[in-house]
Design a protein. Structure first.
Length: 110
């Protein structure tokens, strides 16, 4: 079982969290068309910023609680630009509805 990652923009204090996608480990983020689209879109739209990937094994920035979660904003941008489509939820935990996996598809792959 590998480490899970999130994308951190140290310049803008933003974070992309892959926890509600079916990809959060290194090979999953690279191999999953949705996670790859999210990552690529964000990187291209933030050229020049200091951006890194942080695993749960790495030490977080001290002010991480002040970082803005932008995952949904990026997903909405990709839906509006006809790159992703939202097909609801793939999974919702019966006991804790905050644990879920979104069912997003990369339109360019279908």
């Amino acid at each position: 079982m590998g480490a899970t990652y999130q994308l951190m923009n140290l310049s803008k204090k933003e974070v992309i969290n892959y926890s509600h996608l079916p990809a959060s480990k290194l090979t999953e983020i690279v191999g999953n068309p949705v996670a790859s689209a999210i990552t690529t879109w964000y990187l291209i739209n933030n050229i020049g910023d200091t951006i890194t990937f942080l695993s749960e094994l790495d030490e977080s920035p001290q002010d991480i609680e002040h970082y803005k979660e932008v995952t949904d904003r990026i997903i909405n941008d990709l839906i509006q630009n006809q790159i992703l489509k939202d097909e609801g939820l793939m999974y919702v935990d019966e006991d804790d509805s905050s644990i879920y996996i979104r069912n997003l598809k990369n339109i360019w792959i279908d």
